[in-house]
Each structure stands twice: as structure tokens, then as C-alpha cells.
Design a protein around this ligand. Structure first.
Ligand code: ZN
Ligand code: ZN
Length: 165
């Protein structure tokens, strides 16, 4: 939320080459299990929120688009590959995970159930661990340095550093 009480949201890709700002109402969050969304997101399903009723501004860079069908384009960062948009004739939706605060956008409906992967509903019942709970098995985690863009807008990016390990 902004100082003048107008809601706004920011987000972008993992490398920071593409950043967006959304002013106004973000529509209901959804997940889509359809096979096209699985392939486009490289994931079990795509999590998207419509911004058709809001003002979407690309504040750094802009996504490259792939026409995944005759009606829909999918936007992604050309530098790092992060999936960012679903662009249909009736409006644009943004990937919920690309928002700086994805917890603000709650999915309320599922689409594409015909292609839902058979194990998706079992995931919440799987055993779970925090990232740092297995330092013995993955000791590199102890001094891990993220090269991802932080979850807020930046004046300049990237910072001075080598991007190579
Ligand atoms: Zn990127
Ligand atoms: Zn879909």
C-alpha cells in the first residue's frame, strides 16, 4: 500500500532486468493446472493474478513474449527466464511468485483441473524441512550468497560483483 492509500504492488524477475509496478486492484489469484500452463511455468501449475483492472507499468526492462497459442502470449525475462505474464485478449495476468510480496495475493480458484498432476494434492502431506535444516547434506548453504534481485525496487542493478561462481 502506498502513502496516498492507493494500493500498489511491485515485483519482477529473479535477475532484476525486468521490474513491474501495479497500481490499483489486483484481481483474484488463481492457479491453472492446464498442460499449457505447466509447460509455460515449468511447474506443476501456474499461479496468476489478473491486473486487467489495474495500471501495469514496466519500470525496468520489459518481458520477451512467446505466443503459446493464437490467443495468448506468455511473457518472461529474456535474461533469466523467469515466467512473468499471461496475456490474453481480455487482459494481462502476472505470476504471483514474481510479486515482491506474493503472500498478499491469495489464490481463490483453480482452473485446468483436467490436467492436474496426480500427486499435487499429496504435496502438503509430504515430510517437510526448512532450507537450512540439512547443512550437513548441503554445506554450501552455510555461506550462500543470493544473486537474485531483492524483493523491492532498486535504483541501480545489478550491484558491483561477479555473477560467476
Ligand atoms: Zn531476469
Ligand atoms: Zn492454464
Amino acid at each position: 500500500m502506498s502513502l496516498d492509500n492507493k494500493p500498489y504492488y511491485t515485483g519482477g524477475c529473479q535477475c532484476g532486468a525486468v521490474r513491474f509496478r501495479v497500481e490499483g486492484k489486483v484481481g483474484e489469484g488463481s492457479v491453472c493446472h492446464c498442460r499449457m500452463c505447466q509447460k509455460a511455468s515449468g511447474n506443476f501449475y501456474a499461479a496468476l493474478a489478473s491486473v486487467r483492472e489495474a495500471k501495469l507499468t514496466w519500470t525496468r526492462g520489459e518481458p520477451r513474449r512467446f505466443a503459446s497459442s493464437n490467443h495468448v502470449r506468455r511473457g518472461f525475462c529474456a535474461a533469466c527466464g523467469t515466467p512473468l505474464t499471461f496475456e490474453a485478449p481480455d487482459g494481462v495476468a502476472l505470476a504471483i511468485g514474481a510479486f515482491d510480496d506474493p503472500a498478499e495475493i491469495v489464490p481463490v480458484i483453480q482452473w485446468g483441473l483436467e490436467a492436474k498432476l496426480p500427486y499435487v494434492d499429496e504435496i502438503p502431506a509430504l515430510p517437510g524441512e526448512a532450507t537450512l535444516s540439512d547443512l550437513a547434506g548441503a554445506p554450501y548453504l552455510a555461506d550462500l550468497v543470493s544473486y537474485q534481485h531483492p524483493d523491492h525496487d532498486t535504483e541501480t542493478w545489478p550491484p558491483e560483483r561477479s555473477n560467476q561462481p
